[in-house]
Write a protein that binds this ligand. Structure first.
Ligand SMILES: [Zn+2]
Length: 66
């Protein structure tokens, strides 16, 4: 008979429960899809210039539905 449980049981919860809420990140609205998007680390240096939520939107900024 394998012994299940034992030590470790009951310790799954607890510890890193902190920081569960979303951090207070700045939010912008995508110029292409119009959806709000939050600050990302990759935009740390270019946040002021960021106008699109993703590379895909950035590329398709000039595209319009016919
Ligand atoms: Zn977008």
């Amino acid at each position: 008979m394998p012994r299940l449980g034992g030590r470790g049981l009951g310790r799954a919860i607890g510890g890193s429960i902190v920081a569960h809420k979303k951090p207070n990140l700045p939010v912008k609205t995508c110029a292409t899809c119009g959806r709000p998007f939050a600050w990302r680390k990759k935009w740390a240096k270019t946040w002021d210039e960021v106008r699109h939520c993703s590379e895909r939107c950035r590329r398709s900024k000039a595209v319009r539905k016919a």
